[in-house]
Design a binder for this molecule. Structure first.
Ligand code: NAP
Length: 320
């Protein structure tokens, strides 16, 4: 089974369902990427910050070598980390990431966060993370405009087919669109019934920017990080609205949560280490939730965000 695609404003088709690579361990990553491709995944959602791009590249190379897939059938996404926002740092790090992946272009390259941190030489620390060992945050003066122009030049140089953004607010997007020569193709955001961000989704979609949802299962992904707000929030899989739709459609709660997004043309990138769940998560298109079920989902919004630097003890109130 493979995923249907959605057309981006760059003219390229992007699969609506992909495989997320955050917290995929280095020792199993190549095998997991290979299994995901074998299961039918064509979009891989990675990042410098996930620290596993070499292993992702090994998995891709093996899948291509074994004839499971051709490079042009894959849609490889990666992200620019915060310490590489200065205009002269964007292309060198993109080239390093491509080299790690064993590829010569990204299908989509995103600005991971609208936060510019002081440059860290990859020879010194890689991936650099938010802070060094002293835990101190150091910022750079790079503006989003400067960084975006460097992202645009990646498209000019054919290092990225499409470029986009992640964790941006509507205010920042409005500013970006005033100067963008190449419009962002996608906006990747935390999105689940407890954090629906309806106005942001509507605004971006009206501007022709495709939304990709991350952490579609809400608190689940953050429990393994011991985040107390996640531990204290009722699991979405146990919510009556989700459970009753699952029973009615003969699907799992996870599939209901993913379908709730894809039915509104929001792409999803669930991560799973488990082969059954891997194929289950791909079966989230081609069947539909009823309007009454979609309406019931509207009532679950708590404006509850988990992936916020503030929750990791970093005072960057970017969502304030
Ligand atoms: N742009 C950003 O700032 C940002 C931030 C966070 C994430 N992301 C991207 O989004 C991707 C997905 O988000 P995420 O990793 O936070 O979490 P997620 O995919 O929402 O959730 C992963 C968790 O759900 C479990 N799971 C997966 N499928 C399941 C199923 N069918 N039934 C029951 N449990 C299931 C997984 O456990 P098992 O592995 O045991 O199945 C894991 O504990 C990331 O991998 C990354 O690519 C981007």
């Amino acid at each position: 089974m493979t995923s249907p695609t959605t057309k981006l404003n760059s003219g390229y088709e992007m699969p609506l369902v992909g495989f997320g690579l955050w917290k995929v361990n280095n020792d199993t990553c190549a095998d997991q990427v290979y299994s995901a491709i074998k299961a039918g995944y064509r979009l891989l959602d990675g990042a410098c910050d996930y620290g596993n791009e070499k292993e992702v590249g090994q998995g891709i190379a093996r899948a291509i070598k074994d004839g499971l897939v051709k490079r042009e059938e894959l849609f490889v996404v990666s992200k620019l980390w915060n310490t590489f926002h200065d205009s002269d740092k964007v292309e060198p790090i993109a080239r390093k990431q491509l080299q790690d992946l064993g590829l010569d272009y990204f299908d989509l390259f995103l600005i991971h966060f609208p936060v510019a941190l002081k440059y860290v030489d990859p020879a010194e620390r890689y991936p650099p993370g938010w802070t060094g060992p002293d835990g101190k945050l150091e910022f750079s003066k790079a503006t989003i405009q400067e960084t975006w122009q460097a992202m645009e030049s990646l498209v000019d140089k054919k290092l990225a087919r499409s470029i986009g953004i992640s964790n941006f607010s509507a205010q920042l997007i409005m500013d970006l669109l005033r100067h963008a020569r190449i419009r962002p193709a996608t906006l990747q955001i935390e999105h689940h019934p407890y954090l629906q961000q309806q106005e942001l989704v509507k605004y971006a979609q009206n501007e022709g920017i495709v939304i990709t949802a991350y952490s579609s299962f809400g608190p689940l992904s953050f429990i393994e990080l011991n985040m107390s707000s996640a531990e204290n929030t009722p699991a979405l899989f146990d919510h009556d609205v989700v459970k009753s739709a699952a029973t009615k459609h003969g699907k799992t709660p996870a599939q209901i949560l993913l379908r709730w997004a894809t039915q509104r043309n929001i792409a999803v990138i669930p991560k799973s280490n488990n082969p059954d769940r891997l194929s289950q998560n791909l079966d989230v298109t081609g069947w539909s939730l009823d309007q009454s079920e979609l309406d019931a989902f509207n009532g679950l919004d708590l404006n509850l965000r988990f992936n916020n630097p503030v929750n990791y003890g970093l005072y960057i109130p970017m969502f304030a």
